[in-house]
Design a protein around this ligand. Structure first.
Ligand code: NI
Length: 186
């Protein structure tokens, strides 16, 4: 395993067109996922997309820690175990959106208020090729939307509606300490 270098906003790797994974059990995918998990925990972060480590494949990893959960364990908004999601597809469930502060390992030091669908369904496959089909709410839904956006070259600042909310995390948190709910960066 290895800790990989994370591309920062402006690096073309974050915009490379991505390809679906044809065989999730292939050794190079195993290695990539193991390295992504190690890199995510080291950062530390709670999600990472393959494009962030310069690999244009449709793979993301994430988890939802208890302290960020928006519901009881086992519910759509509850804490989620480490999830490897390959070839993900997201479908919004309803029109309702929430706005919360996000951060990103590719945009270190910054944060901003991002609207996201409150409830989504996501499907894909896991590392053994098993189907994944989940409903997500709240922070769980936000993490998945943020990570999957990376596979389409979209960074959270591109989703900010009110750019006056975007700034250095140190400064923004001083104002919005209670509202802070960051993605990726701890
Ligand atoms: Ni990110």
């Amino acid at each position: 395993m290895a800790i990989l270098k994370i591309a920062r906003m402006g690096h073309p790797a974050l915009r490379w067109p991505t390809e679906p994974v044809s065989d999730p059990t292939a050794p190079e995918i195993r290695r990539l996922v193991a390295d992504m998990i190690e890199t995510m925990y080291d950062a530390p972060g709670i999600g990472l997309a393959a494009t962030q480590v310069h690999v244009p494949k449709r793979v993301v990893v994430f988890y939802v820690p208890e302290r960020r959960a928006d519901g009881a364990a086992g519910t759509a908004g509850g804490a989620q175990p480490l999830t490897v999601l390959i070839n993900p597809v997201i479908e919004p469930l309803g029109e309702e959106t929430d706005s919360m502060l996000e951060a990103c390992l590719s945009v270190p030091g910054f944060t901003g208020l991002v609207p996201r669908f409150r409830r989504v369904r996501y499907t894909g496959i896991g590392l053994e090729g098993e189907p994944i089909d989940r409903v997500a709410e709240g922070f769980h839904a936000r993490v998945v939307q943020h990570e999957c956006d990376h596979l389409d070259g979209i960074l959270y600042p591109m989703r900010i509606v009110d750019m006056s909310t975007f700034g250095f995390a140190e400064e923004v948190h001083r104002e919005h300490a209670a509202a802070a709910s960051e993605i990726e960066a701890e």
